[in-house]
Write a protein that binds this ligand. Structure first.
Ligand code: TA6
Length: 301
């Protein structure tokens, strides 16, 4: 019996949750529910598709994405942990940490109202401790329904406090990134990564994409609202226990320099990321847990 068949036998639910070979032969869970459909790869616990009933898909996936161990999937909701972006002082460390590069375990799959809930797990081991010297257990709670409700739980299973950064690095599918607006971050300070790491304040009420935008908004718990006139919908991103929000679009040049991203795909996506980064890093005492949550809802106009 293959690993996939073992998973199907143990966790599969007829008419709701099916294990299948996804892109690159990677195992994934196909969720088909009255409220929404979704796809979750065990590689990186990566939500790659979320489509509420009667709507188009909410998440962007690159047609050029790689699907193999050791490489991140491009699009959907990558999980960044235990650091965000490049690791300070370690140029060889993988961008955004290592948990999006490896396989997660399945803990449970259940029907939940008109949708489904999935819990995936990732534990520290000798290999992770080589680069991040801490004992931890992650549990990723994925609730697929009228909303996409994601909670990343980090538990310190060691004897001493450790600090970490984390992000649910969500890629939203949009009709044309030049025509969308993002509301919710007015008067918030941010680090402008595409402008020499300048520290600035968001003065305009609405964020628009008219160049490369790579902004790390600090000390904000605000709900963001993405208006997409082209697709005729509003997407809201509510969050809990997250003090950083990142907004990113690579624009033309950066898109052309990304091997796993189509040169023209920058017009079809924008990232609004639920995070804790830099001064908002989390300091987690031994035995304690932290739960960062993003709740995503798409509402047609
Ligand atoms: O969240 C924005 C960002 O940090 C950008 O600087 C860009 O690097 C993006 O993440 C994608 O990172 P990745 O390692 O997935 O290519």
């Amino acid at each position: 019996m293959t690993e996939l068949e073992k998973l199907q036998n143990r966790f599969g639910i007829t008419g709701l949750a099916r294990f299948e070979e996804g892109m690159g032969g990677l195992p994934r869970i196909a969720l088909t529910t009255p409220a929404a459909d979704a796809t979750v790869y065990l590689h990186g616990a990566h939500v790659a598709h979320y489509k509420p009933a009667g709507q188009r898909g909410v998440l962007f996936m690159s047609a050029a994405s790689q699907y193999r161990t050791g490489r991140p999937i491009r699009g959907g909701v990558p999980i960044c942990f235990p650091w965000f972006a490049a690791r300070a002082g370690d140029p060889d460390a993988p961008m955004h940490g290592f948990v999006r590069l490896g396989d997660w375990s399945v803990e449970s799959i259940q029907r939940s109202g008109e949708g489904a809930s999935v819990v995936l797990g990732f534990k520290s081991n000798s290999a992770t401790k080589m680069s991040f010297n801490a004992d931890f257990e992650l549990r990723y709670h994925i609730l697929v329904g009228p909303k996409l409700d994601l909670t990343l739980e980090v538990r310190n299973t060691g004897e001493r406090e450790f600090s970490f950064e984390a992000a649910l690095h969500t890629y939203f599918a949009v009709a044309d990134s030049r025509n969308i607006t993002i509301d919710g971050l007015q008067n918030t300070e941010y680090v402008a990564k595409s402008e020499g790491m300048q520290r600035k304040t968001q003065t305009d009420p609405l964020i628009r994409i008219d160049r490369e935008v790579d902004r790390v908004y600090q000390n904000t718990q605000a709900t963001c609202r993405l208006e997409d006139p082209g697709f005729g919908r509003t997407i809201t991103v509510e969050k809990e226990n997250s003090n950083t929000t990142v907004v990113w679009n690579p624009w033309i040049d950066k898109a052309a320099n990304m091997a796993d991203f189509g040169d023209e795909e920058w017009t079809g996506m924008v990232c609004i990321e639920t995070a804790n980064s830099a001064e908002n890093a989390v300091h987690l005492p031994a035995g304690q847990a932290h739960r960062m949550r993003a709740v995503i809802q798409s509402t047609p106009h």
